[in-house]
Design a protein around this ligand. Structure first.
Ligand SMILES: NC(=O)c1ccc[n+]([C@@H]2O[C@H](COP(=O)([O-])OP(=O)(O)OC[C@H]3O[C@@H](n4cnc5c(N)ncnc54)[C@H](OP(=O)(O)O)[C@@H]3O)[C@@H](O)[C@H]2O)c1
Length: 270
């Protein structure tokens, strides 16, 4: 692929999306034009980033170069959106803008960027290690060729799913918020091991390996969670004793409610 990609905001998420494209030479560093807010950040990236991309800061004259790239990635915090002023691209081509901002709707994006066809992409933090999940919603009239191009950008670091925009909130809850809940579960299990007398580090290592093994077994053997649960639950055994406590404490219901809460919160941003 060869095109100029403009990147507005080059923080954690933008780096996680762009770096594998450069590492795998899907894009060349001279094809990337980034703008960040501060001169300090700009200097820091110039000095420390592993690829020699074009980078400028918002009040510099070079920042306009971003707007001439036909494809742009918008990766700032939602509250920083008010500081972005769309410049009309002078490239004489159709222009596309992909936003990874949580909760900013396609309608709102189209209002702010009337000279672009907008796309929403919800991605999650494991893209940092190439294990992300990305949900994409297209605004109308995006052609198939551009859809493939945009999907390719995220496929370097994640599995890509296409959704009607209505589903992006629950997608975000399940894929972006739930990792924090999983981290909490890991922490809680490790504390359980610690409470039983295991050293903290060993306890955490056991929990991580146990979760990895469980996930891979359910995934690779294609067994249902119900079947899996039955395989490890024997009559009057330890597992049913543990499960009984969780049932009594409303554990499953609490997890369902947590996803609902994150989904509703995401809807409020729109
Ligand atoms: N973190 C997550 O887990 C996650 C997951 C999925 C999606 N997201 C979404 O990804 C977006 C970015 O998150 P992040 O964690 O990467 O944020 P971040 O690390 O804070 O990066 C924000 C970037 O935006 C730049 N910026 C701010 N105002 C700007 C302006 N007026 N013009 C140009 N650049 C500007 C910042 O530059 P300076 O450094 O100079 O301030 C920085 O490079 C968010 O909208 C978030 O909803 C985050």
């Amino acid at each position: 692929m060869s095109y100029k990609l403009g990147v507005i905001g080059f923080g954690n998420i933008a780096k996680a999306i762009i770096t594998p494209l450069l590492d795998k030479q899907i894009l060349k560093s001279e094809e990337i034009f980034c703008v960040v807010n501060s001169k300090n950040s700009c200097e820091h990236i110039k000095k420390n980033y592993s690829h020699n991309i074009n980078i400028s800061y918002a009040s510099s004259k070079d920042s306009v170069l971003v707007w001439d790239c036909p494809l742009k990635l918008l990766s700032i915090k939602p509250q920083q959106l008010k500081n972005i002023n769309e410049l009309i691209p002078k490239n004489g081509r159709e222009n596309f803008l992909i936003s990874v901002l949580a909760g900013i709707s396609l309608n709102k994006l189209q209002e702010i960027f009337p000279n672009h066809k907008c796309v929403r992409a919800v991605t999650n933090i494991p893209i940092t290690i190439g294990k992300g999940l990305t949900g994409i919603s297209w605004s109308e009239k995006i052609d198939d060729k551009t859809k493939i191009l945009i999907k390719n950008i995220f496929e370097s670091s994640s599995k890509v799913y296409e959704f009607a925009e209505d589903y992006l909130d629950v997608f975000l809850a399940l894929t972006s918020s739930a990792p924090a809940i999983v981290a909490l579960i890991i922490e809680a299990f490790s504390d359980g091991g610690l409470n039983g007398g295991l050293p903290k580090r060993l306890s955490e290592e056991l929990v991580l390996e146990m979760i990895l093994g469980t996930v891979l077994m359910i995934k690779d053997l294609r067994i249902s969670t119900y079947e899996f649960k039955n395989m490890v639950t024997s009559p009057a055994g330890t597992t049913i004793s543990a499960l009984r406590v969780l049932e009594k404490e409303g554990f499953k219901s609490a997890l369902i409610e947590s996803i609902l809460a994150a989904t509703n919160r995401s809807k409020q941003f729109n």
